[in-house]
Write a protein that binds this ligand. Structure first.
Ligand code: GRF
Length: 218
């Protein structure tokens, strides 16, 4: 089995990054994490990655005149590292269409809501304010519009009486840590792939909850 060379982009603490690094440490995992890049030099995730033996570096977006310069440097670095797949994991910088299109169907993102509900920031506060009964998280293929793109996998968690932003985000984050490695595994192996702006699955793909997805019409 060839493991796809994968980079993780972060901006902060990197707990999703850590869940991916730990999953990818298993010999049969179809992605090999070849590097972590943060747009913020102070991100705690950089040290976290290094402590797990993974190359990690910062490309400080503030050092560039604009988005294009930063994205060109990021793109060049990813190519230097021989990256085939990119995982955004708490990467808090908008990426513009030229970068996203250059990595079309080779970059995925995790967002802490059941998309297309609550794209953008403050998802948990907005979910609580709306009174919805379920929150959750989504792993999707990157497209230029923020928090949009073909959905690979989602996990729902209940919103419970008395929840506040902290308790809800902790419950969603625990689901994120289970969901993202599963979604990356499916995507990197090719068992989940984009056809006509939807993600389709190989016959017999089994999700952690036991649901089975057969082939879907293209
Ligand atoms: C996660 O909730 C992620 O979905 C969101 O930002 C948070 C990052 O957390 N985009 P971490 O850096 O992975 O711990």
């Amino acid at each position: 089995m060839t493991r796809r060379r994968t980079a993780i982009l972060i901006s902060g603490r990197g707990s999703n990054m850590e869940s991916l690094l730990k999953a990818a440490a298993a010999p049969g995992f179809p992605a090999e994490i070849v590097g972590v890049v943060s747009n913020r030099p102070e991100a705690a995730g950089i040290e976290r990655a290094r402590s797990l033996g993974i190359h990690a570096e910062a490309i400080d977006h503030r050092a560039f005149g604009g988005r294009a310069g930063f994205e060109a440097a990021l793109d060049a670095r990813l190519r230097d590292l021989g990256v085939e797949l990119v995982c955004l994991a708490g990467f808090m910088r908008l990426l513009t269409a030229p970068f996203v299109e250059a990595w079309r169907d080779r970059a995925i993102n995790i967002h802490p809501s059941l998309l297309p509900a609550f794209p953008g920031l403050d998802t948990h506060a907005r979910a609580l304010a709306e009174g919805v009964r379920f929150a959750g998280c989504t792993v999707h293929v990157l497209r230029p519009a923020m928090d949009s793109g073909p959905i690979i996998a989602q996990a729902a968690v209940p919103i419970l009486p008395g929840d506040d932003e902290a308790s809800l985000s902790a419950r969603v984050l625990a689901a994120e840590h289970r969901l993202y490695p599963m979604a990356l595994s499916l995507f990197a192996s090719g068992a989940a792939r984009v056809v006509g702006e939807r993600v389709v699955f190989d016959a017999g793909v089994r999700f952690a909850d036991g649901a089975t997805f057969g082939p879907q019409p293209a």
